[in-house]
Design a binder for this molecule. Structure first.
Ligand SMILES: Nc1ncnc2c1ncn2[C@@H]1O[C@H](COP(=O)(O)OP(=O)(O)OP(=O)(O)O)[C@@H](O)[C@H]1O
Ligand SMILES: [Mg+2]
Length: 901
C-alpha cells in the first residue's frame, strides 16, 4: 500500500520506527560538577516533586531533543574540547520481547498480555492511495483493540478479533479498528506507554509541540541574541583575545560547567575557542553553597544545556534563600561572558516584580555589585519606560507587573534577552492578562522565581512550566489526558492497582521532564547561617464583651440558617467574617453593625439577621474610637508584649502583621497611645515609597519601634530584618500568607534571635482556622495558594458546625485534640521540632529521599513542641512570663537553639 506521511512525519524525516526516543543522559561531567559544589546538596534536590508528583525522580540530566546519533558530522577544531567526555546519544528503539506482561491503567485481565504499537490511521476508504490523518497508539488487550490519539483520547475501539490475526500485528501490518484503517509503525515498550512518553509528539521530543505557538518554531538557539556571524578576519582577532574574564585557576574561583560537544556542535557555529565562564570573584566570595548550585542550574538552563534548545527555568527556593542574588549573579555573568570566545550571552534583561519589590531589586543590585558595574533602570511614576528605551546606558529594566501592562506597547518594541518574573506564581493562569502580555515579548530565556507553593493543581503547574518552556509538555488538553487524569484517578481511594501504577508512572515521568528546569530548596539549607528562631503560638483568653457577643452571634438566625442548609450561597462567609472581626476587637464589629444600619434600606438580609440585637450587648455610650484594650483578649496580650519587648530589648524592633487595614488602624492607635514610634506599609502605600519605608526601618539609625504591615498588601519578598520580633495579630485561612509574613524577619542578615508570636483567641474560630492550617486536610486542600481566601473554600455542614462552636471552658482546643498525656497541666517539653523538619506542602515541592521525613507541620508534630498552660508559675521565657496573665496556653518551638550569635 502506498501511503502519504502522517502529519507528524511531515515535520521531519519520515521514519518507520516508534517515534519516541527516550531521553538520553547527556554530559555526565555536569552532574559531577554539580555534586562537587557541596556534598550536602545532591542534585536529586533539583528534581521537582509535587503532592501529586511524589514518586522518585531520576536526577539524571536528560536531553529531550536528541541530535543525530553521530557527533562526528562536524569537526571540533579547538583542542580544549577534547578533554570533554564524548557525547553519546542512544536512539533506543524498542523491539518487543516474545512475552510482555504489563500492568497499566487499561482494564487488564489478570495474566493477560497487553501490547502497544505506534500506528498511523485514516478513515476507512477503498482508495488505493491512503492519506493518513494522524499518529495514534494502538493497545492490544486480549481480543480488544483501543486506538488513542496523541492527546490520549480514545478514537477507536474494536473487539472480537481472532487471536491469529492479533498475533500477526507488527511493523507494516494493516487492519481496521473502530471504522479506522491503521498501519502499524512499530512496537512500544510497556514502559513508554505507562510513562506516557509514547504520546509525546515530534520524535519523542516534547520540545516540538503542535499546540504552542512558540513551540511551533524550530527550537531556539540560546546564544543567538549575541552571536552575529563574524568575518574571518574578525574571528581571528577575537580568537586571539579569547581569555576568561576572571582567572579560573585562582583559589576559590567559581567556574561554570563547560558546554559539551553536542552543545558546541549546535551553537558554536563559528568555532570560537571554548572559554571558561567564571563568576565574578567579588560575588563568588559571598555565595552560599546552595546559591552556587542555583547559579549553575540557572546558567545551564539559560544556555540550553539541560534541555536542548530550551532556555526556561523555575527557581522555587523557599523564602529568604537569596533568589535575588542568584539572579543578579546570572545576569552579571551572562552580560559579560559566554563560553564561546568569551562573547556575552545577553545584553538586556527585563525583571518583572510586584510593585513593592521594584526598588528592592535596585537595592540588591547595588548591595552586591555596587553602582558602577551595571546600570539598573527602575520604572515608577517619575521614571517611564521610554527613558530606558532611549538610553544605551542601562542593561536591566525593573518594572512592576501593573506597570508592565501599562507600558506594554513600548516594551514590546525592545528586544530583551532574559526575562525574570519575580514572585512568578501569579503566572499560574495562562488566561490572565499579565501572562499573555509577558508571552507576547520575544524573549526565550525566561526565569520564574517563586518562594510560595502554587495551588495543588496540576493545571497551574502546567501553566508555569508552559510559560518558561512553551510547549514542552504538549498542549493543555493532551497534558490533561496523559498526565492529569491518570494521576488524579490514581490518588482516589477507589483506584485499581493498575490505575495506581499508571498514575505513579505518569507522575514520575512528569517529575523527570520538569525536574530538569525546576529547582526548589528548603529553608534548612540556610538555617546554619541564621540566629535562633523562637516560635510561639499564644492562645489569648477572650474578653467578657467578646464572649457575650460571640455567643449572641452563634445564636443568630443567620448562623442557624447556615447549619441547616448547603453552603452554596455564602451566608457562612458573612458569619465567619463577623466572628473574625470580633476576635480582633469588638469595636470592629460595632462599626460593621452601624454601617449596616446606615446603609440598610429596610430589606431583611443575612447580614442584618446576623447583627440582630447585637448592638444592645454594647454599652449604650459605646464609642468604637475610644476602644479599650481590655475588650479584646489579643489586644490585651499584644500591649503587654510590646511593653515587655520595649523594656527588655530597647534596641530591638517589632513587625506587627494583620490581614486587615481596619485592624491595622486599631494597632496604629495603640502605638500612638503608648508613644511607640511606628511606620506602616499597606495596600494604600504608594509603590514608590515602599522601599524607602522598608530601608528606613531596617536602618540601624531608625527610631521606629514598630512596623505595621498588611500581609496581603506587602508580605511577599520584603526583607524586614530590622525587626527581630514578629507578631501575627490575626490568622489567615491560607497558611502560605502567614508563612510569607513570618519569613520577613528570619532571613539572611538578621543579627538577633528572632521571636515569632502568633496570637489566637482561645476556643474561637481562630483556633479552628489554625487547626485547619496545620492539619493535613488544610494543607493539601484548597488553601495552599496565596490567592485563596475563605470564599474559595467549600465547607460541609459538619465543618460549619465545628467552626460555629465556641469552646468556653477549654484552655486550648488545639491541645485537647492532640491526645497528649500531659493534659495541659504541666510544662511538657517535647523534643524540639528540629528533629522533625517541617516543610510546606507544595505541589512543586522539594524532592526528598525519604518522603515521610518531611511532612507539613502536622498535629502530631505540634505535639512535639514545648507546650504549657498560662497558669504555670515562673515561665522561663521572660516575654511569656509577662503576658501569661491573659494567656490560657502556649506552644513554643526553638529552631537553631545553639547558633552562636
Ligand atoms: N550569600 C548571602 N550572604 C548574605 N546575605 C545574603 C546572601 N544571599 C542573600 N542574602 C540576603 O538575604 C536576604 C533575602 O534574600 P532574597 O530577598 O533574595 O530572598 P528570596 O529568596 O527572594 O526570598 P522571598 O521568596 O521571600 O522573596 C536579602 O537581604 C539578601 O541580600
Ligand atoms: Mg524574592
Amino acid at each position: 500500500m502506498r501511503r502519504s506521511a502522517a502529519p507528524s512525519q511531515l515535520q521531519g524525516k519520515p521514519f518507520k520506527k516508534p517515534k519516541f526516543i527516550p531521553p538520553t543522559r547527556s554530559n555526565p561531567s555536569l552532574n559531577e560538577e554539580n555534586t562537587k559544589l557541596d556534598p550536602d546538596i545532591q542534585l536529586s534536590e533539583v528534581a521537582a516533586t509535587n503532592t501529586f508528583l511524589q514518586s522518585q525522580a531520576d536526577p539524571k540530566i536528560y536531553s529531550l531533543n536528541p541530535l543525530p546519533a553521530e557527533d562526528s558530522g562536524r569537526e571540533m577544531n579547538h583542542g580544549e574540547t577534547s578533554a570533554l567526555p564524548a557525547f553519546h546519544l542512544h536512539r533506543t528503539v524498542y523491539s518487543p520481547p516474545e512475552d510482555i506482561t504489563v500492568s497499566t491503567g487499561q482494564e487488564v485481565e489478570p495474566g493477560r498480555v497487553v501490547r502497544y504499537f505506534t500506528v498511523v490511521w485514516c478513515k476507512a476508504s477503498k482508495k488505493k492511495h491512503k492519506k493518513w490523518e494522524g499518529d495514534a497508539v494502538l493497545i492490544v488487550n486480549g481480543k480488544s483493540l483501543t486506538l488513542k490519539d496523541l492527546e490520549g483520547k480514545d478514537i477507536g475501539k474494536g473487539t472480537g478479533y481472532k487471536f491469529k490475526e492479533l498475533e500477526k500485528i507488527g511493523e507494516g501490518h494493516t487492519m481496521m479498528v473502530g471504522g479506522k484503517e491503521i498501519e502499524v509503525m512499530g512496537a512500544i515498550s510497556p514502559d513508554d506507554f505507562s510513562s506516557g512518553r509514547c504520546f509525546q509528539p515530534g520524535g519523542g521530543s516534547p520540545a516540538i509541540s503542535r499546540s504552542s505557538q512558540a513551540a511551533n518554531k524550530s527550537f531556539s538557539n540560546p546564544l543567538k541574541s549575541v552571536y552575529k556571524p563574524s568575518s574571518k578576519e574578525n574571528r581571528q582577532n577575537s580568537f586571539q583575545n579569547c581569555k576568561p574574564r576572571h582567572d579560573p585557576c585562582a583559589p576559590n574561583s567559581f567556574v561554570m560547567p563547560r558546554p559539551d560537544k553536542n552543545h558546541q556542535w549546535m551553537f558554536n557555529k563559528n568555532c570560537f575557542p571554548v572559554v571558561d565562564v567564571v563568576i565574578d570573584p567579588h560575588l563568588a566570595h559571598y555565595l552560599r553553597p546552595h546559591q552556587k548550585e542555583g547559579i549553575v542550574f540557572l546558567y545551564e538552563c539559560m544556555m540550553g544545556m539541560r534541555v536542548n534548545g530550551r532556555c526556561g527555568a523555575i527557581l522555587a527556593d523557599e523564602m529568604g534563600l537569596g533568589k535575588t542574588l542568584q539572579c543578579i549573579s546570572l545576569i552579571w555573568t551572562l552580560q559579560c561572558q559566554g563560553p564561546y570566545g568569551g562573547k556575552p550571552i545577553i545584553k538586556k534583561t527585563l525583571i518583572v516584580t510586584p510593585g513593592s519589590l521594584v526598588n528592592n531589586w535596585r537595592r540588591e543590585f547595588q548591595k552586591w555589585l555596587g553602582s558602577e558595574r551595571i546600570k539598573i533602570f527602575t520604572v515608577d511614576q517619575d521614571h517611564k519606560a521610554e527613558e530606558f528605551i532611549k538610553s544605551p546606558l542601562y542593561s536591566v529594566l525593573v518594572i512592576s507587573y501593573e506597570m508592565l501592562l501599562r507600558s506594554l506597547d513600548q516594551i514590546k518594541n525592545l528586544r530583551f534577552d532574559l526575562l525574570i518574573c519575580d514572585e512568578g506564581h501569579r503566572l499560574k493562569n495562562s488566561a490572565i492578562k499579565t501572562t499573555t502580555a509577558l508571552l507576547s515579548l520575544a524573549c526565550e530565556k525566561r526565569v520564574i522565581l517563586t518562594g510560595t507553593p502554587v495551588q495543588n493543581d496540576l493545571q497551574e503547574f502546567f501553566a508555569l512550566i508552559d510559560f518558561v518552556n512553551p510547549g514542552i509538555l504538549g498542549s493543555l488538553s493532551s497534558f490533561r489526558k496523559i498526565y492529569e487524569e491518570p494521576i488524579i484517578i490514581s490518588r482516589q481511594p477507589s483506584a485499581s492497582k493498575e490505575e495506581k501504577e499508571l498514575g505513579e508512572r505518569r507522575a514520575a515521568e512528569l517529575v523527570c521532564l520538569t525536574g530538569l528546569f525546576f529547582l526548589r530548596r528548603t529553608q534548612e539549607v540556610i538555617n546554619k547561617y541564621l540566629p535562633p528562631k523562637i516560635e510561639n503560638v499564644v492562645f489569648c483568653r477572650p474578653g467578657a464583651l467578646q464572649l457575650e457577643l460571640y455567643q449572641k452571634l452563634l445564636n443568630s438566625q443567620a448562623v442557624r440558617f447556615c447549619l441547616q442548609g448547603s453552603s452554596e450561597s455564602s451566608p457562612h462567609l458573612i458569619c465567619i467574617g463577623a466572628l473574625k472581626k470580633l476576635c480582633n476587637h469588638p469595636c470592629l464589629l460595632f462599626s460593621s453593625i452601624k454601617e449596616k444600619e446606615c446603609s440598610s434600606t429596610g430589606d431583611e438580609n443575612e447580614e442584618s439577621s446576623l447583627y440582630e440585637g447585637l448592638i444592645n450587648v454594647f454599652p449604650a455610650d459605646y464609642n468604637p474610637l475610644a476602644f479599650t484594650e481590655k475588650e479584646s483578649g489579643k489586644l490585651q496580650v499584644l500591649t503587654k508584649l510590646l511593653a515587655v519587648i520595649h523594656e527588655l530589648r530597647p534596641t530591638e524592633r517589632v513587625v506587627l502583621v494583620s490581614n486587615y487595614t481596619q485592624t491595622l488602624n486599631i494597632l496604629q492607635e495603640v502605638c500612638k497611645r503608648h508613644g511607640y514610634a511606628y511606620t506602616r506599609l499597606d495596600g494604600q502605600t504608594p509603590v514608590s515609597q515602599r522601599q524607602q519605608i522598608v530601608d528606613g526601618f531596617n536602618s540601624k539609625y531608625s527610631s521606629d519601634f514598630i512596623f505595621l504591615l498588611s500581609s496581603k498588601a506587602g508580605g511577599v519578598g520584603l526583607n524586614l530584618i530590622g525587626g527581630s520580633h514578629l507578631i501575627l495579630y490575626d490568622i489567615d485561612w491560607n497558611p502560605a500568607t502567614d508563612i510569607q509574613a513570618m519569613s520577613r524577619v528570619w532571613r539572611d542578615g538578621q543579627k538577633h534571635p528572632v521571636h515569632i508570636y502568633r496570637l489566637l483567641t482561645t476556643g474561637t474560630i481562630e483556633e479552628k482556622i489554625y487547626q485547619r492550617q496545620i492539619s493535613k486536610q488544610g494543607l493539601s486542600g484548597a488553601v495552599v495558594d496565596l490567592a485563596q481566601t475563605s470564599e474559595h473554600i467549600q465547607f460541609s455542614v459538619e465543618e460549619l458546625k465545628d467552626l460555629f462552636t465556641l469552646h468556653e471552658s477549654s484552655h486550648c482546643v488545639t491541645h485537647d485534640l492532640l491526645d497528649c498525656e500531659c493534659a495541659g497541666e504541666r510544662d511538657h517539653a517535647g523534643d524540639s521540632l528540629e528533629k522533625f523538619p517541617v516543610s510546606r506542602n507544595c505541589q512543586l515541592g522539594p524532592h526528598h529521599k525519604n518522603p515521610d521525613s518531611r511532612k507539613p507541620l502536622s498535629m502530631s508534630q505540634l505535639k512535639q513542641w514545648k507546650h504549657f498552660s498560662g497558669d504555670q508559675l515562673n515561665l522561663k521565657d521572660p516575654f511569656l512570663e509577662r503576658i501569661k496573665e491573659n494567656v490560657s496556653f502556649f506552644f513554643q518551638n526553638i529552631t537553631n537553639q545553639n547558633t552562636a550569635l
